[in-house]
Design a protein around this ligand. Structure first.
Ligand code: URA
Length: 216
């Protein structure tokens, strides 16, 4: 078993530490069914007031057996309209960032902490996160990714159960939950649209992510 610190050094040296599942067969029927049931449950959720203002829920998208699972914060205007995460301007930048490291969006799994859009794209409230995050926990357990990539401070703070600023979380491998899933943190693409000077640092983060999951 590779420990997290071994993993950190191996990935830093560019050495692959696990077999890629990309390109493997379609997800088993049970996984598809579990996801479909969870998706239907999310679609009917009225646990917090956000259900009153949503157009629709935004469950998650991508390859259900992905090596890389990307976690954002909450749907914005376009996501609420389309029912899919990261389809607005931030999503276009995310797609370009993934392409830059040779990953197609369809080969990763993308989900948010919140499944409904907060009005005016405000930050999620703690009570909304606590009502909604169980859905994400289940999605992570179903996908069993080899690596989680948290986009932005809010997603990273939630997943790592910390209040650290983003600058102190990025650039190193963390570990998520009881399953000890390796986790990296990078800038939210919406932040990068406003602060393009930090794109270089995001590029470094993505290269570290790529080295962690690249097939031989
Ligand atoms: N920002 C997020 O965090 N998630 C989305 O789906 C869109 C924008």
């Amino acid at each position: 078993m590779t420990t997290l610190s071994q993993l950190h050094y191996l990935t830093a040296m560019g050495i692959q530490t696990w077999q890629s599942r990309q390109g493997s067969a379609a997800p088993p029927t049970e996984l598809k069914e579990n996801m479909a049931v969870l998706c239907a449950t999310v679609a009917q959720c009225t646990a917090c007031p956000l259900h009153k203002t949503r157009t629709q829920t935004v469950f998650g998208t991508g390859y259900q057996q992905a090596d890389l699972m990307i976690i954002g914060e909450a749907p914005g205007f376009y996501e609420d309209q389309k029912g899919e995460p990261f389809v607005g301007r931030a999503g276009q930048l995310l797609n370009a960032m993934l392409e830059a490291i040779g990953l197609d969006r369809r080969r990763v799994y993308i989900a948010n902490i919140l499944k409904c859009r907060p009005p005016n794209n405000r930050d999620p409230l703690p009570e909304e996160v606590s009502q909604c995050s169980g859905f994400l926990t289940k999605q992570i357990a179903f996908v069993q990714p080899k690596l989680l990539l948290a986009l932005g401070r809010i997603a990273a703070n939630y997943l790592l159960n910390t209040q650290m600023p983003l600058g102190r979380m990025r650039g190193k491998l963390h570990s998520y939950g009881m399953q000890n899933i390796p986790l990296l943190v990078t800038y939210h693409p919406a932040y990068l649209l406003r602060n393009p000077k930090d794109k270089g640092k995001a590029w470094q983060d993505l290269q570290l992510a790529y080295r962690s999951i690249a097939p031989t």
